[in-house]
Design a protein around this ligand. Structure first.
Ligand code: ADP
Ligand code: MG
Length: 221
């Protein structure tokens, strides 16, 4: 179980990781786009960080509300394709946990189902179009397939981020069919998709941060 303050902590870590990878994401986007993905994402998550301060001050503990505010902030501050896409992802994810003050791994599955549906609704991309969907959908599939397996949460989150990593790597070999990179046609082959990379980074952050939180629990801290 994660509390609302744990979720806030995960969102803050996402902002830190995105900022640390600002140049890397922008470099990837310079090869097949317009060299702004890292800039866009950092701007958005910086704005989210200051909203999270508000949320903490107001003691908002509705996790759905926290994710909704995050999504609305991303939509309104991030230019380019990624802002509306990630914004919609967080807003759809919010609906899955509206009113909840704690979330478990099945809630996380519902969050990820909402996020993926939001991205696909907004961007109309499918798997193999060389977008963030190539990282997100395999990650959701791991959660779907995990229902009857006896994995603990950390093992499952590790498998989720590994699936996203594999999806991200897979984007290198394929041609873009959606977004700005699609204008390059076959010349987009050989380059890793920036949006799939940011999606992997976010899922990796969830894994690492939940592991950190749970580690503290075990040690009584
Ligand atoms: P822009 O392309 O407008 O400059 P960004 O550079 O911030 O926006 O984001 C680019 C990323 O957005 C791409 O790498 C891709 O993963 C993702 N993307 C673009 N179009 C779509 C779409 N229609 N569906 C899903 N993801 C998309
Ligand atoms: Mg761009």
């Amino acid at each position: 179980m994660l509390s609302a303050s744990d979720v806030i902590y995960v969102l803050e870590k996402m902002g830190t990781v995105i900022a640390e990878n600002k140049e890397y994401l922008t470099e990837l986007d310079s090869a097949i786009g317009d060299a702004d993905h890292g800039i866009n994402m950092t701007k958005g998550f910086d704005a989210v960080k200051s909203k999270l301060e508000d949320i903490k001050q107001k003691n908002i503990d509705n996790i759905g509300e926290i994710l909704k505010i995050t999504g609305m902030t991303l939509v309104s501050t991030v230019g380019g394709a990624a802002g509306p896409l990630y914004g919609t992802a967080f807003m759809k994810a919010a609906l899955a946990v509206m009113g909840k003050t704690e979330v478990d791994i099945r809630d996380f599955q519902n969050i990820m189902e909402g996020a993926l549906a939001g991205v696909k609704m907004r961007g109309k991309a499918e798997i193999s179009d060389k977008t963030m969907v190539d990282a997100l959908e395999p990650a959701v599939n791991i959660l779907r397939e995990s229902k009857d397996k006896e994995l603990n949460e950390i093992e499952l989150l590790n498998n989720v981020r590994l699936a996203a990593l594999q999806g991200m790597e897979y984007t290198k070999g394929i041609q873009a069919r959606k977004g700005r990179a699609s204008y390059l046609g076959a010349r987009s082959i050989g380059h890793q998709d920036p949006g799939a990379t940011s999606s992997y980074l976010l899922l990796n952050t969830i894994y690492q941060t939940v592991e950190e939180i749970k580690g503290k629990d075990i040690n009584g801290g």
